[in-house]
Design a protein around this ligand. Structure first.
Ligand code: UDP
Length: 317
């Protein structure tokens, strides 16, 4: 298929773009390089540097869009909500308009567990209440809402994938954020010597060891779900799926696996809670398993951390 991947120079977008190229699709990456890296655009994909608000030309002849381009820092979204509403919602509405004008009728959207907010139960189902606790999650939820409406009104075919904690690497494609807030890359930075220690945000949560529990999904598995979602696009329908591995690991467990994998002590400094962190976030991925046949193949935390470490430390993966 002829596909447009917005944000394809970013972490998840580049892995999906690489897998699409490997599967024989004709891929154009549209990215403004505000947080992405041009050298992360896979060989074999065409690259257009630009904003999703000016996607008209890049959409010519395209059959479906995979939409990753977004602002994704929770803390920044609390400080600058307008930025998140304009980029994530405004930008996506402009993209959807351009798609309609160009007759592009399919979209796979990169959504998030942050649409659920503080969950009432674990694991979280797609039918559970969506009550985001920050503008990042709210802006992504607003796009999900718009996609449902556009599917009904204009016959758009859409799939939203709600990611839990994405980690790991796919070959040379890895997480490379200028501002790194995520746990695994920050822990591994201690092992590479870029940081002296890692901070543990909160040790008094109602969990076994008092630290937060998250559902880590390998970026390569996550990418496979996008290829399945593409095949599952159906005009007039908006489908929503959670994407996690179904298992929860605490911050302390993650640090201890990173110690085993890297052979480094990784000093941890126990600190205060980070605002807005729910104690436990674990997905039920039963729906995507049942409907699309997806399953996390690299579900072990050790594999996820080993691949992230291999790509980071320049070892072959
Ligand atoms: N975390 C931590 N130290 C860090 C980064 C994150 O203790 O340097 C904790 C964070 O509070 C959360 C978990 O690790 O409980 C996962 O955080 P991350 O930012 O990776 O993902 P999130 O679940 O917030 O999307």
């Amino acid at each position: 298929m002829r596909l447009l991947v917005t944000g394809g120079a970013g972490y998840v977008g580049s892995v999906v773009a690489a897998q699409l190229v490997e599967s024989g699709h004709e891929v154009t990456v549209l990215d403004d390089l505000s947080t992405g890296h041009e050298d992360a655009v896979p060989e074999g994909a065409r690259f257009v540097r630009g904003s999703i608000t000016e996607a008209h030309e890049a959409l010519a002849g395209v059959e479906a869009v995979l939409h990753f381009a977004a602002k994704s820092l929770v803390g920044e979204s609390v400080e600058k909500p307008g930025l998140y509403w304009s980029h994530n919602l405004g930008g996506t509405l402009a993209l959807l308009d351009a798609m309609r004008e160009q007759g592009v009728r399919g979209i796979v959207f990169s959504s998030t567990a942050a649409t659920y907010g503080e969950p009432e139960r674990s694991p979280i189902l797609e039918t559970d209440p969506t009550r985001p606790t920050n503008p990042y999650g709210a802006s992504k939820l607003a796009v999900d809402t718009a996609l449902t409406a556009y599917a009904g009104l204009y016959g758009l075919g859409a799939v939203s994938l709600r990611y839990f904690n994405v980690a790991g690497a796919y070959g040379r494609y890895r997480e490379r954020h200028a501002i790194e807030t995520h746990l695994i890359p920050n822990v591994l930075k201690v092992a590479t010597g870029e940081r002296e220690s890692v901070s543990v945000f909160g040790t008094d949560y109602p969990t076994d060891d008092g630290t937060c529990v998250r559902d880590y999904v390998h970026v390569a598995d996550l990418a496979v779900a996008h290829l399945l979602a593409l095949e599952a696009l159906s005009l007039g329908e908006h489908k929503i799926y959670n994407l996690g591995s179904g298992a929860g690991f605490s911050v302390q467990e993650v640090i201890s696996v990173c110690r085993e994998v890297t052979g480094h002590d990784i000093p941890a400094v126990l600190g205060a809670r980070r605002a807005g962190d729910p104690a436990v976030l674990v997905a039920s991925s039963e729906k995507i398993r049942r409907e699309l046949g997806w399953k996390a193949e690299r579900a072990s935390l050790r594999d996820i951390v080993s691949d992230a470490w291999g790509a980071l430390s320049g070892k072959s993966v």
